[in-house]
Design a protein around this ligand. Structure first.
Ligand code: SAM
Length: 283
């Protein structure tokens, strides 16, 4: 895993690794669900890992949090009720609440300790936790979705760990059938969908199949850079219930009333154009 000077995540299935030079390990907590560690690094600020996998760093989390929230919200005609499954570091919640039209954002993470550690080490990601529109629940997202009322949500964001352990059920067709039922007509789900380079012919393609089997009529993957994740190249995959997710509110995105460090209407438009190898893998 790491010697006294480096944190190294080995991604054995791909034969790759990612490392950050360390100042110190700050916390190690075994919860009912996972092992969470906090590290102080030389060049990426704080690092949170869960079961040895990089989750979030101070320096590059903006790429992921912006691309997990703004494309889906600008693809929906008028998102008011948003649910985030996972997302315990609260960075996605902060981005969602930048949209003035959003009336309620409910974050459902199975492990409260992720949020408590994020409040301590990533307070900038938690700055919207007390927004009156925010609701934080600490339960299993699979169970919550199964029990949620039909036709009650506009956008679902699945900001989960990799499809193993507690997050495994969040990648299955049954979960997407529940999401389809819970979404209002025109609703959209977006899921973090791993690495285009390492997973296009597996996890990403399976996501499209499972989402369409669940009844979604339009699916689209958007690649984006994410240095601290395996291969440094990540993605999110959207699925629309009657909404075409290959199009978005371009004028609204171009005139967005908030600052971002990565997302723009042009970046969104560019991310909709997949490279030939991905088009082939997903066809
Ligand atoms: N950005 C990270 C990534 O792409 O790997 C994910 C960030 S967030 C820390 C992932 C969260 O998913 C964790 O806080 C974990 O507790 C949560 N999670 C995993 N399985 C879950 C489930 N079944 N229900 C709700 N949250 C879950």
């Amino acid at each position: 895993m790491s010697d006294e000077k480096w944190f190294v995540e080995h991604f054995d299935s791909a034969g790759t690794a990612f490392g950050l030079r360390l100042k110190a390990r700050l916390e190690a907590v075994q919860t009912e669900y996972q092992h969470i560690e906090m590290w102080d690094t030389d060049t990426f600020g704080y690092l949170m890992t869960i079961d040895g996998a990089t989750m979030v760093t101070s320096r590059d989390n903006f790429l992921y949090h912006e691309m997990m929230s703004h494309p889906v919200l600008f693809s929906h005609p008028d998102p008011k009720r948003v649910v985030i499954i996972g997302g315990g570091d609260c960075g996605t919640l902060r981005e969602v609440l930048r949209h003035p039209g959003v009336e309620q954002a409910t974050q459902i993470d199975i492990d409260e300790m992720v949020t408590r550690l994020s409040e301590k080490y990533f307070p900038e990601l938690c700055e919207s936790n007390n927004d009156p529109r925010a609701e934080l629940l600490f339960i299993d997202g699979v169970k919550w979705m199964r029990e949620c009322d039909a036709g009650s949500i506009d956008v679902i964001i699945v900001d989960s760990t990799d499809p193993v352990g507690p997050a495994e059920g969040l990648f299955k067709a049954d979960f997407f059938r529940d999401c389809h039922r819970v979404l209002r007509d025109g609703g959209i789900i977006v899921q973090q969908s791993e690495s285009p380079l390492l997973h296009s012919v597996s996890i990403i393609r399976d996501l499209h199949v499972n989402m369409r089997e669940a009844g979604f009529t339009s699916t689209q993957t958007l690649p984006f850079p994410q240095p601290c994740y395996p291969s440094g190249w990540w993605s999110c995959t959207m699925a629309g219930k009657g909404t075409d997710v290959t199009r978005f509110r371009e004028k609204d995105a171009a005139a967005k009333p908030f600052e971002t460090q990565y997302y723009t209407a042009d970046i969104h438009r560019g991310a909709l154009t997949l490279p030939p190898f991905m088009k082939k893998a997903l066809s």
